[in-house]
Ligand binder design. Structure first.
Ligand code: SF4
Ligand code: SF4
Length: 345
């Protein structure tokens, strides 16, 4: 890692040059809530001024730039002589600006599973390696609990990370590409006092978290509480809508759909994001459903996130963004469910 400092004015020039040369996405206000607060999403931008880098949170995470809700995996063309399969996973280089630490950490978790796992995904890998990520710190929201899980800071998974130290950004450069891009701009080595400002900013942000979740020994608590009535209490409220998984930056379960053209001359295979809370998630051919009860489906989502299966055994994949809690119309959120489990005798 290399650290540099850049004025906000020069940073704007730097970002505009990235935008000029690349398809670029950044946080934009797309709507307003009744209380006047903004609704933000990552959208394509054509200039620095279109972005709102002080955004609170985006409803969906940047995960969907890497794992779209629906993507074509392959296409088949049939003829009298046989069939031909085509697979396309190349993407043009692109830039995403203003990504928060928890969302970058979520991508690092997905990297472990979708690049480092037993079955690497070339589709995910192509998007990940062709995306230049610029991260930014931010003041936590009242319900963010990423600090409890150690995801309020970030050490990998980005190209460039900006920490706000007043009229300048303290830059953490973690790729040669970022170093190369910055060469044409006025950046300086941290001077006396800059590193102290960086640490003070980090300390301030860490101390600003209001929501705390006790995660020490959580895998063991989950092992012990497998049959707890807490699962029924929360499961009874669940509407099986799947919104929690759609907005979650680390949920990656999916289904495969095959569609054959009515002419029978072609077909396509698509990956579609899915949720383990949906009624038919564990239904198999013949109609048997291995998880017919909503309490079981909710429980398995929590086990996947905090207890771990297969590639992430014992390793929580939740980064504490609380997007699921905000999206849930039934009022189900990790903080309350976990604290209920911890209160069990
Ligand atoms: S808080 Fe919810 S949405 Fe965020 S990472 Fe954890 S499980 Fe996913
Ligand atoms: S968002 Fe809430 S109601 Fe919908 S599936 Fe998730 S936990 Fe259930």
């Amino acid at each position: 890692m290399i650290h540099k400092v850049i004025t906000k004015k020069e940073f704007k020039k730097f970002v505009n040059s990235l935008i000029d040369g690349n398809q670029t996405f950044g946080p934009k206000q797309v709507d307003k809530r009744t209380d006047g607060s903004g609704v933000y999403q990552f959208k394509e931008v054509n200039s620095f001024d279109e972005m709102d880098l002080d955004y609170t949170v985006t409803y969906s995470s940047v995960k969907n730039f890497f794992l779209p809700f629906r993507e074509e995996l392959s296409r088949f063309d049939f003829s009298d002589k046989g069939w031909k399969q085509s697979v396309e996973y190349r993407v043009n280089p692109r830039v995403i600006i203003g990504v928060r630490p928890c969302d970058i950490n979520a991508l690092s978790i997905l990297d472990k599973i979708l690049i480092g796992g037993a079955y690497p995904s070339p589709y995910y890998m192509a998007r990940r390696t062709n995306t230049f990520l610029v991260g930014m710190d931010h003041e936590p929201l009242d319900d963010c609990f990423c600090e409890s899980l150690g995801h309020d800071t970030v050490h990998r998974g980005f190209n460039l990370f900006c920490t706000d130290i007043g009229d300048r950004y303290y830059l953490t450069i973690s790729s040669s590409k970022a170093f190369g891009f910055l060469k044409n701009f006025k950046v300086t080595d941290p001077a006396n006092g800059d590193s102290a400002k960086f640490h003070a900013r980090r300390k301030h942000l860490r101390e600003s978290f209001k929501a705390k979740v006790e995660v020490t020994g959580l895998p063991s608590v989950l092992d012990i509480e497998f049959k707890s009535p807490v699962w029924k209490k929360w499961g009874d409220k669940c509407l099986n809508c799947g919104s929690c998984a759609m907005v979650c930056p680390t949920c990656y379960c999916y289904g495969i759909e095959e569609t054959v053209d009515v002419s029978l001359k072609s077909s396509r295979k698509e990956r579609v994001e899915y949720s383990c809370n949906l009624v038919d998630f564990a239904e198999v051919a013949g109609g048997h459903n291995f998880r017919p009860l909503k309490e079981d489906r909710l429980k398995y989502r929590f086990y996947h996130h905090y207890r771990g299966f297969a590639q992430n055994a014992d390793d929580p994949i939740c980064v504490g963004c609380n997007r699921c809690g905000r999206a849930c119309l039934a009022g189900i959120n990790p903080k309350d469910v976990i604290s209920d489990l911890q209160m069990e005798d």
